[in-house]
Design a protein around this ligand. Structure first.
Ligand SMILES: Cc1cc2nc3c(=O)[nH]c(=O)nc-3n(C[C@H](O)[C@H](O)[C@H](O)COP(=O)(O)OP(=O)(O)OC[C@H]3O[C@@H](n4cnc5c(N)ncnc54)[C@H](O)[C@@H]3O)c2cc1C
Length: 441
């Protein structure tokens, strides 16, 4: 019996770990987890990884040490043939894999929605560790350029940051960026705080629709106090390089980040099973595809109905529970039992605002300021699967209490290939390694 899980995110890793436990006495069940990266990323920690309060790698956990008997394959899933029950994937070296399955769990997540606003491709996104690194480098670069700018227009542009989208990601990112700017400005004595210009544009009637309105109001007040121009019912009409267009205004901005919603992974949306209008895989309450019972789906790429018919939101806390539950259901199916519906009531929602501030609703309790920030941090710390990573995070946080964030950029340009006798040759994947020294005659 072969169970293949696609995606090493919140849902996929939780499903693999639970399946391992359930299949402990079933050596005939093979579990394979396929993901394009060999790590699992704790997205709520990505904001601090971007500002440098947390070492970038520490918001992620390598997948292999979290698994005992699951076969892990680092490969990009290209397509799935649900009729032939085969997954087609491509490895780092370009090798192709065909993975037959009896049960398939799809947890490929989602991507930033770039179809809503014309020109979205020229905005930065905030979804991956690479995004966090690029944004961090870019913002620091903007401060450097502003410091050296010859014209006031160029300086103003460098010091203008626009975030599009007032959901959790947009608000938390802006909160962290304002705090980062406050903390590092002392390294740029020529730049005054009033010169920094932060904007948040939300097309809907309010920010943080994931959280109750009174807490969203607190977040609005905190951000406005930090000088953020925060506008709701303000859809961005177009994004161009270095500027955005609103209905009646154009804003020149050196940094534009798009966080205005997500779309399911293109691969998941392309699997020929039943999908909803947005491309999510349609499943029943047990997370099984309505059209193909060997296919199960969870997390951001699935449309999972709750007991009242409304769909569960695209949130990590749901994806983890869905992962565990789908594992129980797949195992039940393997054993010839009936799968059970997934029922979960959210534990609450939390949004960090930087500067040790947050807003949170946890188990019905309303928290703001430092207590909310502390609860959020502690909760996510324990979402990291292993203690070695948790310890590294705590050490980073402790160091960050005493020092300002680092403004070192990470140079990601590879060294040019020299033509000298001692050369370095690029190998597949852009990684350089040193071949044995060659001495030309
Ligand atoms: C910056 C940020 C902050 C967030 N903060 C919160 C928060 O505070 N609270 C909360 O509840 N939710 C939060 N979320 C949402 C949460 O991260 C998602 O809901 C959750 O990750 C969904 O889990 P998933 O398993 O469906 O997908 P993911 O966790 O995204 O995992 C998908 C996996 O599939 C892999 N993959 C994708 N395509 C392929 C392919 N073709 N081949 C192989 N592998 C592939 C990816 O690399 C990834 O490992 C945040 C999201 C972001 C971006």
């Amino acid at each position: 019996m072969r169970i293949v899980i696609l995606g090493g995110g919140f849902g996929g890793v939780a499903a693999a770990r639970r399946l391992e436990k359930l299949c402990g006495r079933r050596p005939d069940v093979e579990i394979t987890l396929v993901s394009q990266n060999n790590f699992f990323m704790l997205t709520p920690l990505l904001f601090e990884a971007c500002s440098g309060r947390l070492e970038l790698r520490h918001c992620a956990q390598p997948i292999r040490p979290t698994l005992r008997r699951t076969r892990f394959l680092e490969a990009r899933v290209e397509r799935v043939d649900p009729e032939g029950r085969v997954v087609h994937a491509v490895g780092g070296e370009g090798g192709t894999y065909e993975l037959p399955y009896d049960h398939l769990v799809v947890g490929l997540g989602a991507a930033t929605n770039e179809a809503l606003i014309p020109g979205s491709a020229s905005a930065m996104t905030f979804k991956s560790m690479a995004d966090a690194l690029l944004l961090r480098n870019h913002v620091i670069e903007c401060f450097e350029r502003a410091d050296a700018a010859r014209t006031s227009a160029a300086r103003r542009r460098c010091l203008t940051i626009v975030v599009i989208g007032g959901g959790l990601v947009g608000v938390e990112l802006l909160g962290e960026l304002t705090a980062f700017a406050d903390d590092v400005l002392r390294y740029y004595p020529s730049i005054r705080r009033e010169e920094l210009s932060f904007h948040l544009f939300e097309a809907g009637p309010r920010i943080l629709p994931e959280i109750d309105p009174s807490l969203a109001e607190v977040a609005v007040r905190v951000l406005r106090r930090r000088g953020v121009d925060l506008r709701v019912s303000a859809p961005v009409q177009a994004i161009e390089s270095d500027r955005i267009r609103l209905a009646d205004e154009t804003i020149e901005a050196g940094t534009v980040v798009l966080a205005a919603g997500i779309v399911p992974s293109a691969v998941a949306a392309g699997i020929p099973v039943e999908h909803d209008r947005r491309g999510r895989i349609v499943v029943d309450a047990a997370m099984r595809s309505r059209s193909h019972p060997a296919v199960w789906a969870l997390g951001d790429c699935a449309a999972i109905p709750g007991p009242d018919g409304t769909l569960y939101p695209a949130l990590a806390q749901h994806a983890v529970r869905e992962g565990r539950h789908v594992a129980e259901n797949v195992f039940a199916a393997v054993e010839g039992r009936q799968p059970a519906p997934f029922v979960f009531r959210s534990l609450g929602t939390m949004a960090s605002l930087g500067h040790q501030r947050a807003v949170a609703r946890v188990f019905g309790l309303r928290l703001t300021g430092f207590p909310a920030w502390w609860v959020r941090r502690t909760y996510y710390l324990f979402q990291m699967p292993r203690w070695d990573r948790r310890l590294r995070i705590v050490l980073d946080w402790t160091v960050a209490l005493f020092f300002r964030p680092d403004i070192t950029k990470v140079d990601i340009t590879p060294e040019p290939v020299p033509t000298s006798r001692h050369y370095r040759r690029p190998v597949a994947g852009g990684i350089f390694h040193d071949p044995p020294l060659r001495v030309d005659p």
